[in-house]
Design a protein around this ligand. Sequence first.
Ligand code: NAG
Ligand code: NAG
Ligand code: NAG
Ligand code: NAG
Ligand code: NAG
Length: 225
Amino acid sequence: MSVISLLFFLTLHHGFLLASPAVDQFTFDGFAGANLLLDGTAAVTADGLLMLTNGTTLLKGHAFYSSILRFHAAASTPRSFSTAFVFGILSEYADISSPGLAFVVSKSSNFSTALQSQYMGLANAANNGNASNHFLAVELDTVVNAEFGDMSGNHVGINMDGLKSVVADNAGYYEDGTGAFRNMSLLNRTAAQVWVDLTRSPRWSASPWRPWRCPSPRGLCSPPP
Ligand SMILES: *[C@@H]1O[C@H](CO)[C@@H](O)[C@H](O)[C@H]1NC(C)=O
Ligand SMILES: *[C@@H]1O[C@H](CO)[C@@H](O)[C@H](O)[C@H]1NC(C)=O
Ligand SMILES: *[C@@H]1O[C@H](CO)[C@@H](O)[C@H](O)[C@H]1NC(C)=O
Ligand SMILES: *[C@@H]1O[C@H](CO)[C@@H](O)[C@H](O)[C@H]1NC(C)=O
Ligand SMILES: *[C@@H]1O[C@H](CO)[C@@H](O)[C@H](O)[C@H]1NC(C)=O
């Protein structure tokens, strides 16, 4: 499986309750010179695409933004963020893939002990789901792994600290105009865009990463904590 992200932006902002307009934001229109922290099979290609894996199975690769971003404001309230990225999965076969990819916010960029394959480079059998992992991931998962309760071989999930999703749904989008939900294949070799919006909540104190509001445009929602 090869995974290529073409364009990426992230905006980190204080919630609407704060007067401070402080915003950290960045956009990559191509990754040449982006100075990402790469490990494993991850590489930036000559034409500036980010390639996470290289076609050899059972390997993993990560690419992290090279600066630390503060997701807690001064008063230790978590900050909201929005991101969007374009990806493509080039699987060896038309309808079977390695597990896929994930957008991750984590306290550490060191995932050296995480496993590839169904662990998606995020955790291993011993620490899967452990709160000390401190990560939030939006997974694009193309294989059913019963041990993690995966709903289908073509789903999007929101994961905290492990591979079992807090909430998941079949990959798709809401069609302009009709508003109807349309399935889409993560494996159909077309570039697709993902939006992630996480809105801070005063109820986050115990678990700042728990996503609880519906993102916009319509997408996955998880129940309030
Ligand atoms: C992928 O990278 C690994 C090393 O990270 C290498 O052993 C393997 O040959 C590469 N596969 C391809 C198809 O380039
Ligand atoms: C990453 O974590 C592993 C396991 O905890 C540790 O052995 C290694 O030194 C760490 N690497 C870095 C660069 O901190
Ligand atoms: C799980 O988390 C606890 C504390 O949060 C830590 O002491 C323990 O080592 C962790 N276990 C694994 C397998 O990572
Ligand atoms: C989308 O795909 C899922 C899983 O294959 C299926 O259960 C569902 O009926 C499909 N929905 C639509 C609108 O086609
Ligand atoms: C891939 O899926 C998208 C969304 O359903 C669709 O617009 C596109 O035409 C598909 N591409 C192919 C090659 O099937």
